[in-house]
Design a binder for this molecule. Sequence first.
Ligand code: AVJ
Ligand code: FE
Length: 428
Amino acid sequence: ELRHSPDQLRTRIAAELERARDRSRRLTDIDHDELVRQHSPLMSPLVWDYAHIGSQEELWLVRDVGGREPVRPDIDDIYDAFRTKRADRPSLPLLSPAEARRYVREVRDKALDVLDRTPLTGRRLVEAGFAFGMIVQHEQQHVETMFATHQLRVGAPVLDAPAPPSGSAPDRPEVHVPGGMFLMGTDLEPWALDNERPAHAVGVEPYWIDTDPVTNAQYAAFIDAGGYDNPDWWTADGWAYKNTAGLVAPQFWDEGARTRFGHVEPIPPDEPVQHVCWYEADAYARWAGKRLPTEAEWEMAARFDPETGRSRRFPWGDDDPRPEHANLGGTYLQPAPVGAYPEGTSPLGVRGLMGDVWEWTSSDFTPYPGFAMFPYPEYSEVFFGPEYKVLRGGSWAADPTAVRATFRNWDYPIRRQIFAGFRCARDV
Ligand code: AVJ
Ligand code: FE
């Protein structure tokens, strides 16, 4: 559960570091040219992500927690995400794939040695191993970013996966949530990031929320009804962006088929739609006579237990995610059809909240009351404001260690290459 002895915690951290590395190795175990090429100006070359993972681990675990000598102080700037934007990273003097592999290995050996010698006994975040958890999550977040790069890559497929489990129709299309007070955010999750803290009571008006995320078939009905040609459904910014970018359907759809990791295939009707930007999600919702949920509404639907009045860690309870709970961890390389994870249903009866697709909310990314930046302002504080929208729940590509029902992701409303979809809500 949430409490471990220092030795259990140390074992768990070492295992999670190794699991994260297995995943990032899998996505970088490809030809040299594919690693150094820029597959899209929206993304870094994969070899940048890989060495950046090592560089952050060096900074936080080797230097900061361990107090050790720097391994490669000469490359700090190259792998500083704030210094060079993604489009310009190919022109940096990057480590070669062989050098990057050697570097991340060397850093990992030192980080594991630091882990062995760190007490992990205190109750303060740092002493309780937060920095290790932050670095595990950081690598897993870049694994998801590398999945997005792979999806944008053109050429023969290099990734394959089994088919996801089958789905089931919902009993009812929407769930009524009575509203009231609930506890949003967390003080208890040991690996929760600064923007998820602190826990605070929030009052929510009664609302309806969709039982499932919006499916490909539902989204196709919006397209067929001329949704992309009718400005009534779009905000002014959304309509302008749609026209400039020439949007006519979700990214990677073409003539009733879609391309997924190099495979051209039929579009599964019952799967949550993905690769839509916030503007498209918002327009669909208006066409459907609904709206996007606020992040408080999303979190209440995911966590609130009406019998106890308590907020759970996850829709299914307080257990860490297991494979039967949600489509997480990149197993299937796609969302599962809605209703494929009955054990992940929330107490209110809302399905598919964790995994499958990140869900756009109507909310801007802003700090909770009592927010305290930790451990550095560039993690989330510098992003607060109206230009980013919050996404919840995690995608099929997100690792279970890197999502919680309190986890807040954020991105620009034009972003489409992320594995994002949405569900709708409406007032009572
Ligand atoms: C939380 C997913 C928005 O990818 O920009 C990675 C995570 N922060 N490296 C991002 C992150 C630093 C971040 N998101
Ligand atoms: Fe990063």
